[in-house]
Structure formats: structure tokens, C-alpha cells
Design a protein around this ligand. Structure first.
Ligand code: FAD
Ligand code: EPU
Length: 338
């Protein structure tokens, strides 16, 4: 491989905008190059796979190998009147893929519009927003155990998808996702039940809403709520929304009557972490060049020049204060690179 570089700055490659250097950096553009990694990466070296860097916090320089996945391509494999199966390169930009699917009149991804990052990272935490998760349209994925140079396909039931969870996040290590296969509908089925989507659609001059309308509504809501990483460094929600037992929730409700919540499938309740953090008075707090976003308490931000460890320490203080006030331990959503 001749595209290996040393001591490469990752500042422009993570949306937090944290300065950190990769000891070795290699960009992978094809499956063949991914298979060749086995012969170049020393056995004992630590490895980090990087997509769009929108769910990562660097706390120091990375002394091992950073593999930037840049595998492109969108290939239609099966198509009939009802559905289409499409294989997409892991390095394709997620939102570009969503827009491409809409142009082709392939439906199911519209609620996931404008999520930053690459297609290959979408199954990692089963990305979700506005009433949809990637698992809803996921068929399978292909990748390479790069230390062994072995290819493997994971079908949906093997992926153990859950709320911001998958087998890849939990257990499968040293695996580079090269392609993701989606099963999309050729018949529009609108999913407008979440948040303000319906309200925005009702302002349109027409009444026959389309998946493109839903995509535009989601884009509008996201732009109004979440900071643009090109303006303020961030990685979206820093924590997951906690899921607690219904009985524990009832106890909380007797103390905090107005606590917002959503019922989940089981005997449990999801509570917005943003509300818990706001109740602990962190919302909008700024500590020099980092802090908690003023409009969304779940988003930690780098105003420019912050260190990853500053943001990590702030996240730990937040976890502690929420634990003391509510007895709930927040779990980080962002991947911390130590
Ligand atoms: P990276 O940050 O590069 O990597 C994330 C993790 O995946 C790392 O552990 C990395 O090693 C691993 N990884 C990446 N690519 C591969 C691969 N090809 N093979 C194996 N492992 C890989 N997420 C949501 O779910 N819903 C949202 O609504 C949402 N909104 C966001 C809004 C903003 C403003 C921001 C900044 C982030 C948001 N996120 C959201 C988080 C983020 O966009 C997603 O997690 C996204 O999928 C990360 O993609 P990425 O390519 O940037 O991954
Ligand atoms: N809220 C507050 N204070 C705030 C913000 C929100 O109290 O500062 C409360 C309100 O009660 C509000 C509720 O939290 O109704 C939910 O807020 P919002 O709709 O903004 O969603 P969220 O729970 O904060 C989740 C995801 C987002 C996703 C949106 C929309 C998680 C961890 N986050 O945020 O995903 O875009 O819903 O579906 O599940 C991400 O994962 O990075 C991400 C941005």
C-alpha cells in the first residue's frame, strides 16, 4: 500500500474539531485495499476506523493506525414493483445517500435525513431520528476482519440492533464495514407521527404529502434544534436517553411530576436525557472554549480550541450530577478514543 501517511492531523476529520494526530493514517478506497491492510498493520498495533468523525471524541493523539474508510458506490441488486435492494459503499456520505434514494423514488430513509457521517457507521449504533432507525430498512452488511483478512456478511437478525446499539458496537472488533445493503420500498409509506413533522407538513400548500416533504420537514426541524458542526464543534447527542423500569419511573414521577417520557416496547420508560441535564442546570453553561449547547442540553460543544479531555471531564460532571439528583446513570453515546 503506498498511501500510508504519518503524523496526520485529525482536526478536520472529526466534527468536534478536536486537534489530535494519528501516528499512521491510511485511506481505504476499495475492498481490495481493505483486504491488503492485514499485511501492513502490525499485529500489536491499535486501530481506529474513521468514517465522517461525527460520533467520536479524541482525548489524545492516536498512537496506532487510523483507517479512513472511503469506499464509494451505489449498486442496485434486486428491483421489483414493491421494493429495491441496494448495496452502498461504507464511505458514501449518509445524507447524500438519503437524497439519492429520494431522487430514485426509493423510500424509507426520509426520516433519517441530514444525519452527519458515512453509510458504514450507520449500523454501528443503529442511527435513529424522528421515528425511524436504520434497522427498519437494513438488509445486511459486508465487511472484513482486517487482522485476519477475512470477509464476512452479517444479516439483520445477527446484528442485534437496539436503541443506539448493535453487535458491532458491543462485541465485534477489528471489523471494517465495507458495504451496507438496504431494502427500500418503491411505494411511499409516510411516517409523520414524530415530533413536529405533521405540524410542518400542514403548512404546505398541498395536502398529498410526499416522502420528499417529510425529508424537508425533518431537515427544517434538525436545523432549528441542533448546532451545525461546521459552525460549532459537536457530535450530536453526547448521551443516550436512559431507559428505566416502569416502577422506578413511577417513583420519579412522584418527585418530579412534569418529567417528560416515552413508553418503550417492554415494561420500561425512556426519559429525555436533555431534560435531566437541564434540570441539573447545565444547559447553556460555557466554560471558556467548551460547554453545553444553549438550545439542546444533550449536545456538548467545542467553541474552538477545546481539548477532548475538557469535554470528557464535563461529561463526567454531568453524569455525576444527574446520578445524584435522579439516581439515573447516563450512558455516553459518543465513542471516546483514549
Ligand atoms: P464516526 O464518528 O467516524 O465513527 C463512529 C463509530 O463507528 C466509531 O466507533 C468508528 O470506529 C466506527 N466506524 C465508522 N465507520 C466504520 C466502518 N466502516 N466499519 C467499522 N466501524 C466503523 N446519530 C443518530 O443516531 N441520530 C441523530 O439524529 C444524530 N444526529 C447528529 C447530529 C449532529 C449535529 C452530529 C454531529 C451527530 C449526530 N449523530 C446522530 C451522530 C452521528 O452522526 C452518527 O453516529 C453517524 O452514524 C456517525 O457516522 P460517522 O461516519 O461520522 O462515524
Ligand atoms: N429537552 C429538554 N431540554 C433540551 C432539549 C430537549 O428538556 O435542551 C426535552 C424536551 O422535553 C423534548 C425532549 O427533551 O421534548 C426531546 O428532545 P428532542 O426532540 O430534541 O430529542 P432528544 O431526545 O434530545 C433524540 C436523539 C437525537 C435525534 C432526536 C430526534 C438520542 C440520544 N438523541 O434527541 O439523536 O435526532 O431525538 O429523533 O436518542 C444523536 O443521536 O446524536 C441525535 C442527535
Amino acid at each position: 500500500m503506498n498511501n500510508i501517511r504519518e503524523n496526520v492531523s485529525l482536526k478536520e476529520l472529526n466534527t468536534f474539531g478536536i486537534e489530535a494526530f494519528a501516528r499512521y493514517f491510511v485511506e481505504v478506497n476499495t475492498e481490495k485495499e481493505a483486504l491488503a491492510l492485514q499485511s501492513v498493520i502490525p499485529e500489536a498495533a491499535s486501530v481506529l476506523i474513521l468514517g465522517g468523525g461525527s460520533n467520536i471524541l479524541f482525548t489524545k493523539d492516536f498512537e496506532g493506525w487510523v483507517i479512513k474508510n472511503n469506499i464509494q458506490g451505489i449498486l442496485t441488486e434486486i428491483i421489483n414493483e414493491e421494493e429495491v435492494v441496494v448495496k452502498v459503499g461504507a464511505g458514501v456520505n449518509w445524507h447524500e445517500w438519503v437524497l439519492h434514494s429520494l431522487r430514485e423514488k426509493w423510500y424509507g430513509l426520509e426520516n433519517l435525513s441530514l444525519i452527519p457521517g458515512c453509510v458504514g457507521a450507520a449500523p454501528m449504533q443503529n442511527i435513529g431520528a424522528y421515528g425511524a432507525e436504520v434497522k427498519d430498512t437494513f438488509d445486511s452488511l459486508e465487511g472484513i476482519f482486517f487482522r485476519a483478512g477475512e470477509k464476512k456478511v452479517f444479516r439483520k437478525p445477527e446484528c442485534e440492533f437496539g436503541y443506539r446499539e448493535s453487535i458491532f458496537k458491543k462485541r465485534i472488533k477489528d471489523f471494517l464495514i465495507t458495504h451496507v445493503r438496504f431494502r427500500l420500498s418503491r411505494v411511499p409509506k409516510l411516517n409523520t407521527g414524530y415530533g413536529d413533522i405533521q405540524k410542518i407538513l400542514e403548512r404546505l400548500p398541498h395536502k398529498e404529502y410526499t416522502p420528499e416533504d417529510v425529508s424537508n420537514a425533518v431537515i427544517q426541524i434538525r436545523k432549528s434544534k441542533l448546532p451545525n458542526p461546521e459552525v460549532i464543534g459537536n457530535a450530536g447527542s453526547f448521551f443516550k436517553n436512559p431507559i428505566v423500569q416502569a416502577a422506578f419511573f413511577e417513583e420519579l414521577r412522584t418527585r418530579f411530576g412534569d418529567i417528560p417520557h416515552y413508553s418503550t416496547d417492554n415494561d420500561s420508560v425512556k426519559i429525555p436525557a436533555a431534560w435531566l441535564i437541564q434540570q441539573c442546570e447545565w444547559k447553556g453553561k460555557r466554560f471558556g472554549n467548551f460547554g453545553v449547547h444553549e438550545n439542546q442540553a444533550l449536545v456538548l460543544v467545542n467553541y474552538g480550541g477545546a481539548k477532548g479531555n475538557d469535554i470528557l471531564s464535563l461529561s463526567q460532571e454531568i453524569i455525576e450530577s444527574v446520578r445524584i439528583k435522579f439516581g439515573i446513570i447516563l450512558e455516553k453515546e459518543v465513542n471516546i478514543v483514549f
